[in-house]
Design a protein. Structure first.
Length: 441
C-alpha cells in the first residue's frame, strides 16, 4: 500500500509539471508573437517614418530616378542596392517603390545593375510575397534578357522561389521550358536540374505539360519560337518524367482533345509526336481507342500517320496479355481503314482534272459526269407532263386527244423534251396552234 501511495503521488507531480510546462510554452509563444508584432510595427512606422533612415530616402530616390543627372555606373549601382534595402524594411516603402525598381530592371543599360536587381527582387519576394505576386510575369520575362548573366540569375531566383513554394507554377512556366534550349550550355544544364527537382514535388511536372504543349506548338504565338526539332527534344525530356499509368492515361485523353482545336499541320504533328513519346499501358491504349473520333480525320496526313504507326509498334513490345494484343490489332485495322478510304478518295480526285469541260459544268452535272450521286433530278417524263399541262391551260389544246400523226404536235413535244419554253416561244407556239385549228376546221 505504501508503494502504491508513493506511485500515485509521483504521477500526480509529473502531470502537474507537464501542465505547467505547457502553460509556459503557450505563454512563450504568445510572447514571441507579441515581440514579432512590435518589431513589425517599429519597421512599418518608425524606422522610415521619423528615424535616421528616413533622411536618406529622398536622396536615394532622386539618384535612382535621374540616371541622366547621375550617370556614374558605380553611383547608380549603390543607389539601387540602397533602395532595395530600404524596401526590405517596410511594406509601405516596398509597395511605393516597386515600379521604380522594375523600371531599373528593364531599362538600365548596365548588366551588373540588372543582375543585382533581380537578386534584390528575390529577397523582396521572400519578405513580402503578396506584394510581389502580381509582378511575377515581369520576373519571368527577364529569362529573355540579352545578357546571359541576367538570364542565369533570373533562372536561379525563379528556381529557388518555385521550389520553396513562394511562387505558384502558372502559365509562365513555359518561359522556363525555353531555357532547356538556351544558347548557353550552363543555363540549359541549370534548367534540366530544376525540372528534375520539380518532378520530385508530386504532380508538378504533369500539371504543366498540357499547357506547355499548347503554348509551344501554337503557330500564332510568335513569342515562343521553337523549331520542330527543338520542340521534340524539349517534350521528350519533359515526358520522361511521366511514369504513373494514371498520369499517362489522363495525358492521352487531353492530347486527343487538342487534335480538334489544332490550327496547322505542324501543330498536329507535334501532338502526335507527344503521344508517341508516352509509355502506353493497356488502359492508355483503351483511352486512345475511345477517343479515335478526335484524330480520325487527321490520320490522312502522312506525318501524323507515321507517328501513330511508331506508337503502335513500340507498344507491341510491352503487351503480353491477349486482350491487349486484340485491342492493338483493332487499332491497327481502324487506322488502315481510314488510310484506305483516303487513298480511294484521292484516286477519284486525281482523275477529275483529266475530264475536259468538267469545271464548266454545274454541281449536279459534274457529279453525274464523275459517277457520283448528285442532287435529285426531275425525270424527262415529268417535265413533259408539266409542259403539256401548261400549254393546255394556256391554249385549250388537249394533246391527249390529238392525232398521233400530227407533225406539229410532235414538233412541240420534241421542243418540250429539249428545254422548257420561254415566254416569247410560248406566244409563237400559241399562234401556230391557232393557225393549225383554222386549217383543220
Amino acid at each position: 500500500k505504501g508503494q502504491k501511495g508513493s506511485r500515485k503521488k509521483t504521477d500526480t507531480a509529473t502531470n502537474n509539471a507537464s501542465e505547467e510546462d505547457d502553460e509556459l510554452c503557450l505563454v512563450g509563444a504568445s510572447a514571441d508573437d507579441a515581440d514579432a508584432e512590435l518589431v513589425r510595427k517599429v519597421c512599418e512606422t518608425e524606422l522610415l517614418g521619423c528615424g535616421l533612415l528616413s533622411c536618406f530616402e529622398p536622396l536615394i530616390v532622386a539618384v535612382v530616378a535621374s540616371p541622366s543627372l547621375f550617370p556614374c555606373q558605380a553611383l547608380q549601382a549603390s543607389a539601387t542596392l540602397a533602395l532595395s534595402k530600404l524596401m526590405m524594411v517596410s511594406s509601405i516603402a516596398c509597395e511605393k517603390y516597386l515600379q521604380i525598381l522594375f523600371t531599373i530592371l528593364y531599362k538600365s543599360p548596365h548588366i551588373d545593375i540588372r543582375a543585382n536587381t533581380i537578386i534584390a527582387i528575390s529577397d523582396l519576394t521572400f519578405r513580402f510575397p503578396n506584394l510581389l505576386e502580381p509582378w511575377s510575369p515581369r520576373i519571368y520575362a527577364c529569362l529573355r534578357d540579352s545578357s546571359p548573366v541576367v538570364r542565369k540569375n533570373t533562372l536561379t531566383v525563379l528556381s529557388h522561389l518555385i521550389l520553396n513554394d513562394m511562387i505558384k507554377v502558372k502559365g509562365q512556366i513555359s518561359e522556363l521550358v525555353l531555357c532547356l534550349e538556351d544558347k548557353e550550355p550552363e543555363i540549359s544544364r541549370m534548367s534540366q536540374a530544376f525540372f528534375h527537382e520539380l518532378s520530385l514535388k508530386g504532380n508538378s511536372v504533369y500539371n504543366i505539360i498540357p499547357d506547355t504543349i499548347s503554348t509551344l506548338s501554337d503557330p500564332t504565338n510568335t513569342s515562343f519560337s521553337l523549331s520542330q526539332e527543338q520542340f521534340r527534344r524539349t517534350m521528350k525530356f519533359l515526358l520522361s518524367f511521366i511514369q504513373k499509368d494514371r498520369q499517362c492515361e489522363s495525358l492521352v485523353e487531353k492530347i486527343c482533345y487538342r487534335f480538334r482545336t489544332a490550327r496547322s499541320e505542324r501543330q498536329l504533328e507535334d501532338l502526335a509526336h507527344c503521344l508517341a513519346q508516352l509509355s502506353f499501358s493497356e488502359r492508355c491504349l483503351k483511352k486512345l481507342a475511345d477517343n479515335f473520333a478526335c484524330y480520325q480525320d487527321k490520320l490522312t496526313l502522312d506525318s501524323v500517320h507515321s507517328e501513330f504507326c511508331a506508337l503502335l509498334n513500340k507498344t507491341k513490345k510491352n503487351f503480353v496479355k491477349p486482350e491487349a494484343k486484340v485491342l492493338l490489332e483493332e487499332m491497327e485495322v481502324r487506322i488502315k481503314q481510314v488510310r484506305s478510304k483516303q487513298q480511294e478518295g484521292g484516286g477519284d480526285a486525281s482523275m477529275s482534272p483529266g475530264r475536259e469541260g468538267d469545271s464548266h459544268l454545274g454541281s449536279a452535272t459534274a457529279a453525274a459526269a464523275r459517277g457520283a450521286p448528285g442532287p435529285a433530278k426531275e425525270s424527262k417524263g415529268g417535265k413533259v407532263a408539266k409542259q403539256r399541262k401548261a400549254l393546255a391551260e394556256r391554249n385549250r389544246f388537249d394533246f391527249s386527244e390529238a392525232s398521233d400523226d400530227d407533225d406539229f404536235e410532235m414538233d412541240i413535244l420534241s421542243t418540250a423534251r429539249k428545254a422548257p419554253l420561254s415566254s416569247t416561244k410560248a406566244k409563237h407556239v400559241t399562234k401556230a396552234k391557232k393557225k393549225s385549228k383554222r386549217i383543220k376546221a
